[in-house]
Unconditional design. Structure first.
Length: 290
């Protein structure tokens, strides 16, 4: 029950604020929310971290940690990079839509890594969610600028807002997905490799959905992991137009992984391929783990 105390006991420690669509007030509020999360991470303070982050991200993080067979919340603070500083970065936009918001910065982001990585200019998007009238930090995203023109880089350095920030990927979505259920603590760490070409494929296992994946390879740790004995995964696939000359292919492999030795090759426990005649719309695949 320790996790529940983290999720709910300090959920509204900050003072409620009025939602603003943009402007200095929104910016300062979101910066304070980010600073609270960053200080909690640096101080390895689990209760402060729980108070500063959205409930959605907290549960997602918890599920990922326990599925990796690591202790929660201790493993949250065992990351190889430092929470990025925003001092010295150039703010391009502070925007809120519904109960979601973001800050977008441009500059050289210091993650406490090697000097060559510090010298790359990127876009940093900090995402937030409004819960009970309180803005909380959710997650971040880095976007490289290797394809940007010299004129575009010069405009960013001058603090000009680029037109591409109007694209959907740089617009707050307006709402968060539902908070997922808490997954079980697995007996074994599990992972899958999915090859999906000519199909849009969704996987379901342990009550969690993955995907959809189309014309791509996907590799993930299984939320809730694997258990001794019978396990079941469900594949749902629908044909989608393939690239010219591309043969449709749908293949799934599942592995039991060694959580203590991540470099150790996994033990394959399922290997399934769609027949040449085409993949079924849905197939339920039981497999045994020993």
């Amino acid at each position: 029950m320790k996790f529940f105390s983290l999720v709910f006991a300090l959920g509204f420690a900050a003072l409620p604020v009025q939602a603003q669509n943009s402007g200095p007030q929104l910016e300062s509020t979101l910066v304070r929310a980010y600073d609270a999360w960053r200080e909690a991470m640096i101080g390895k303070n689990a209760q402060a971290w729980a108070a500063a982050i959205t409930q959605y991200r907290q549960v997602v993080t918890r599920n990922e940690v326990v599925s990796d067979r690591k202790p929660f919340p201790q493993a949250v603070f065992e990351i190889p990079v430092s929470p990025p500083k925003i001092d010295g970065l150039r703010l391009l936009e502070a925007e809120a839509v519904g109960n979601t918001a973001h800050l977008i910065y441009f500059g050289k982001v210091d993650l406490g890594q090697d000097a060559d990585k510090k010298d790359k200019e990127v876009l940093l998007k900090l995402k937030f969610g409004l819960e009970g009238g309180v803005w909380k930090y959710d997650s971040n995203r880095f976007t490289g600028l290797s394809n940007a023109s010299p004129a575009e880089i010069a405009a960013l350095r001058a603090g000009k807002r680029p037109d591409f920030l109007d694209a959907a990927e740089f617009t707050p979505p307006g709402s968060f997905p539902p908070v997922p259920a808490l997954c079980r603590v697995p007996e074994f760490k599990g992972g899958y490799k999915l090859q999906s070409f000519g199909y849009e494929t969704t996987l379901s296992m342990n009550g969690f959905d993955y995907g959809p994946v189309a014309h791509a390879l996907d590799q993930q740790v299984i939320i809730g992991g694997l258990t001794s004995g019978e396990n079941v995964i469900t594949i749902r696939a629908k044909p989608v137009p393939a690239a010219e000359g591309q043969t449709p292919a749908l293949k799934l492999r599942i592995y039991k992984l060694d959580a203590e030795n991540p470099d150790q090759p996994g033990v394959q426990v399922l290997d399934w391929s769609a027949p040449a005649s085409g993949a079924p719309a849905e197939v339920r695949l039981p497999f045994t783990v020993r």
